[in-house]
Ligand binder design. Sequence first.
Ligand code: 5GP
Ligand code: MN
Length: 338
Amino acid sequence: MNVSLEKLKRYIDEAKRIVIVGHYNPDGDAVGASMGLYNLIANLKEKVQVVMPNPFPDNLKWMDKEEHIQNYQAHKTEVELAIQEADLLFCMDFQAMNRTEKLEEFLQASQAKKILIDHHIEPKEAEFDLCFSDTQVSSTCEICYRIVHTIYPQFINKDAASCFYAGICTDTGSFSFSCRHAALFRAVAELIDFGIDPVAIHRNIFDTFSEQRLRLLGYCLSERLVVLPALNTAYIYLNKKELQNYNYQAGDTEGIVNYALSMANVYFAAFFTERENRIRISLRSKGDIDVNIFARENFNGGGHKNAAGGNSYESLEDTLLRFNALLPAFHAGFKSKR
Ligand code: 5GP
Ligand code: MN
């Protein structure tokens, strides 16, 4: 066991109140890593709480059957108190505390030891006491699984293993990207040895759409897909009204951006949705085209080379105009990398 892992084990052994927190708009990896770790630590400690900045999608609810997770929008006081009282904080699947939005001030103010487990580019190490961050690894779940497998192998159970598998599965697009390393598949084989059912997990996550969500996807593709062949780019946009028309629920727009990228000649795809006080932007690319840099430079965001996100505080119309204006220069940079 290396020094960092020994330190982590000591922190956990000594902790009295542990809080595990995921990023804003929690996805399969954030919920999977948080609940995987929770399932395990709950065997060791009485006081462990998982908190999220806002609600997570219904297709991930099976990881939290007992509705243990508290989201800040619905449980403000409880979440604030839990963070204030914690002596150990786990930050899962985000590289900087501002990714937790309104929870940031409470995380910053907390006196707890802060542990980062993550795989995003440019972690803000100064915000944490211990960082387990590796951008080469598929998912936070894969990193988290390796950590617990080293320090508490005897406590990994089927529930924890299922959550870790879920995050690996969602963050690799069901093993279609970020999955070049044999080590990933060895970890997956080990998870299967814990008795998980990959077929059932896949069905729970990907085959549980509501009718409205499927129709929203249809609308995006038939009415709101813009293809720019000369720029090898495609994008989709939705305004607030359109989201309401389809009774938008958390997670309903997850994955839609990938359809824009699925055309042969398209190497760069974007998806814009109008939210309460901002335009949310998802970016995807193929090969060596770096959307993390594009998100950082233009939309206050970041992420990974082939999958990143950001925000715009202009109107949807102005955001699209600005995006279109950025395209020729970005395309000139990536043309040779297709
Ligand atoms: P998505 O498009 O699925 O929301 O996000 C794609 C990837 O980019 C995810 O790994 C996500 O964590 C990251 N990401 C999304 N939004 C932001 C953002 O505003 N800032 C940073 N640094 N990363 C983001
Ligand atoms: Mn992730």
